[in-house]
Write a protein that binds this ligand. Structure first.
Ligand code: BTN
Length: 253
């Protein structure tokens, strides 16, 4: 897929900000004022309070990375199937990264983007629900692109530039990312749940490998089998299947 925008709606409206607390916060504000068109992208050069998964902050050097939010209206999706949106988004990002890096990228459950044992990106999705279906969704995406130094508290971080040894043009990458995101969003809109589930499961970091996990202070050996439709991680250990929600299990990396 090329670096030109080839989408029906994703990224057709692009709001570029020099500095903002968080593109997800800005999107929330926009949504509270009016109804931005579907696929509106808010991209920031610098975030002063980038947010990660609950309880975490997201650090990214100004001007060197992708920090953006996309607004979708997945009103066709029932709230109990909202994890399929995480799947579609993670798969779009994975394919995008692979097209640029020409190497295999994995999704560390639920939606960290991994190259080998290193995190190169993360996703923070914030949905609103109306009745039994989703109403709006803010898809926050952070990808490490041209940054080559990371603080000591991020020993697992890497970037496109560190992997490929070249610098990238952020605006071109943003266009291409929009193409891939829309491709998978359209799969979701066509309700291709089995396709998404299979593609997501087989893309999981440590899928089909026996590896170590931690639950509280307990270390155990197990194998990832997939995810439930609610998005819980299924791990087989000692011949039994266990299901874990967010923060209930840790990967030992
Ligand atoms: C994570 O891995 O913890 C999720 C990181 C998500 C970061 C992105 S950057 C753009 C958007 N705005 C935010 O404040 N967070 C997301």
């Amino acid at each position: 897929m090329s670096n030109h925008l080839q989408t029906l709606f994703t990224g057709r409206q692009l709001i570029e900000l020099l500095e903002i607390d968080s593109t997800n916060n800005y999107s929330k504000e926009l949504l509270s004022q009016n109804k931005p068109s579907e696929g509106t992208v808010i991209v920031a050069h610098k975030q002063t309070h980038g947010r990660g998964q609950p309880g975490n902050q997201w650090q990214a050097e100004a001007g060197k990375n992708i920090s953006l939010s996309v607004i979708f209206y997945p009103t066709f999706l029932s709230a109990d199937k909202q994890f399929f949106l995480n799947m579609a988004v993670s798969l779009g990002i994975k394919d995008f990264c692979e097209s640029i890096l020409n190497d295999e990228i994995k999704i560390k459950w639920p939606n960290d983007i991994f190259y080998l044992d290193k995190k190169i990106g993360g996703v923070l999705i914030e949905n609103t629900v109306s009745g039994s279906n989703l109403q709006s969704s803010i898809i926050g995406i952070g990808l490490n692109i041209n940054q080559t130094k990371f603080s000591n508290d991020l020993p697992n971080a890497s970037s496109f530039a560190q992997i490929a040894n070249i610098e990238f043009s952020i605006p071109e990458l943003v266009n291409s990312l929009c193409n891939y995101l829309e491709k998978y969003y359209l799969q979701l809109r066509s309700l291709h749940f089995n396709f998404l589930d299979k593609a997501y499961t087989t893309s999981l970091f440590r899928y089909n490998h026996t590896s170590y996990f931690k639950k509280g202070n307990d270390l155990f050996k197990g194998e990832i089998m997939g995810v439930t439709k609610e998005g819980k991680l299924i791990i087989e250990a000692n011949g039994k299947e266990f299901k874990f929600g967010l923060k209930e299990v840790e990967f030992v990396i």
